[in-house]
Design a protein around this ligand. Structure first.
Ligand code: NFE
Length: 474
């Protein structure tokens, strides 16, 4: 029974190792392993709580806004405050700009080269896995050109973010109570023309490219199903009562349901952390590293909802929102191509909504609610980073951070088995995947990359005594 190891999986963010058993040309067992430890929660201890939204942005350079948003929602909750309308909208626009940049990045610069045959002599488009490139020549060469155009588009998305965020990617505006930035007509116009250009790219290039690839690779609507359970915390509040543009909800064992944050747990039985008891609530979850723990194989934890495995991300968001285009695919949506389609269609939907939010800004009106830092408090911030459900939990004691925990999208999707032995979503999605040539396992990376994993979010610091292997870069 050949064992195939891909370590590290390239063209994702951070360091992920995939190990699978292949029998009869198909994967029979899979292990997903995060090979770094994050540790940012330990750094936060003892800090002024208002440092949280700054420090957590260092978790990841791709989704710092998701982390700043989750942190400020946790602080808003702990401080008992809400942002004024302008503050809420600017937070949405900054987060939305980051989504657009991130989704374009994922498709063109990380995933597309699994389907688009790039010229062998152009770096960084080569080297890559061989075989199974099926696009008609005209579609293929257009997609190669779009790879370069997409770099320009991402730059524009960063510029758009910086109009209200001060800079990108690590913005400086989002704070408890709202944002530090003010609103004026010039900023609205500067944002508006960049958003229009990005929307045109999304509608006329990104979505058509994804659909063209999906058309030719239709078999990938049947591969990489995963757990089939979907979870979204929801994001982008559209009014002061907390109505969300991306809905909160879940789909568990074929049934739609509501989300009760009390049912979120993290299991560390197969993770390199002290303690191997069952799922603990994020406020009680252990973050003390135990790199020599017997049986463990990942620095990622295994988050569960009501003890069950759930996938998070654009597919989960579009599915739980009942998006007609995604729901019309039926369970085929739970697939490699389903994830790419959901991400592109969500990007279009969000860009349109952002144009409307921009119109609601009130120049000269306040953007932040004044507040005091309490001596003792607890808070929870649930949002959606580009890659999925993101939660931050904070406990304040003596006016300082006593405990902090971030449960991130990639630990939901890429985490290991739990106490009951249930594999995580990526592990489940890999099982059954055909592998034609174990020396050239393009099928495995197609499955993994469809989830858009980010191990920087999940984990951070490498263990010094780990074996360093010889590897090929694809
Ligand atoms: Ni590092 Fe992240 C997003 C978060 S994924 S990219 O989106 O939160 O774990």
């Amino acid at each position: 029974m050949p064992k195939v190891i891909v370590d590290p999986v390239t063209r994702i963010e951070g360091h992920l190792k995939i190990e699978v058993e292949v029998e009869g040309g198909k994967v029979t067992e899979a292990k997903s392993s995060g090979t770094l430890f994050r540790g940012v929660e330990l750094i936060l201890r003892g800090h002024d709580p208002r440092d949280a939204q700054e420090i957590v942005q260092r978790i990841c350079g791709v989704c710092p806004i998701g982390h700043a948003t989750a942190a400020t929602l946790a602080l808003d909750d702990a401080f008992g405050i809400k942002p004024p309308g302008n503050g809420r909208i600017i937070r949405n626009l900054i987060l939305g700009a980051n989504y657009i940049q991130s989704h374009i990045l994922h498709f063109y610069h990380l995933a597309a080269l699994d389907y688009v045959k790039a010229p062998d002599n152009i770096l960084p488009l080569a080297p890559r896995y061989e075989g199974d490139y099926r696009l008609p020549e005209a579609v293929n060469s257009a997609a190669v050109n779009h790879y370069l155009q997409a770099l320009e588009m991402r730059k524009k998305a960063h510029e758009m973010l910086a109009i209200f965020g001060g800079r990108a990617p690590g913005q400086r505006a989002i704070v408890p109570g709202g944002v530090t930035e003010t609103v004026d007509a010039q900023k609205i116009i500067n944002f508006k023309f960049r958003l229009a250009e990005l929307t045109s790219f999304i509608e006329n290039v990104y979505v058509p490219d994804v659909l063209a690839i999906a058309e030719v690779y239709q078999d990938w609507l049947e591969i990489g199903k995963g757990c089939g359970n979907m979870l979204a915390y929801g994001a982008f509040p559209v009014d002061d009562d907390g109505e969300l543009f991306f809905k909160r909800g879940r789909y568990t064992e074929g049934v739609d349901g509501e989300v009760d944050p009390d049912k979120i747990t993290e299991d560390v039985k197969y993770s390199w952390y002290e303690d191997d008891t069952g799922g603990k609530k994020p406020t009680e979850s252990v973050i003390t590293p135990a790199p020599k723990k017997e049986g463990a194989y990942s620095w990622m934890k295994a988050p569960r909802y009501d003890g069950k495995v759930h996938e998070v991300g654009p597919l989960a968001r579009m599915w739980v929102a009942g998006d007609p285009e995604i729901r019309s695919l039926g369970e085929k949506a739970f697939s490699v191509m389903g994830r790419h389609a959901a991400r592109a269609l969500e990007c279009k939907k969000l860009a349109h909504a952002m144009a409307g939010w921009l119109e609601q800004l009130q120049p000269g009106e306040p953007t932040c609610t004044p507040h005091e830092v309490p001596r003792e408090a607890e808070g929870v911030g649930l949002t959606e980073a580009a890659r999925g459900a993101l939660g931050h939990w904070i406990k304040i004691k003596g006016g300082r951070i006593e405990k902090y925990n971030a449960v991130v999208p990639t630990t939901w999707n890429g985490g290991p088995r739990d106490e009951k032995g249930q594999p995580g979503p990526i592990e489940q999605a890999l099982v059954g995947t055909p592998v034609k040539d174990p020396n050239n396992p393009i099928e495995l990376v197609r499955v993994v990359r469809s989830f858009d994993p980010c191990l920087a979010c999940a984990v951070h610091v490498i263990t010094p005594d780990r074996d360093v292997r010889k590897f090929r870069v694809y």
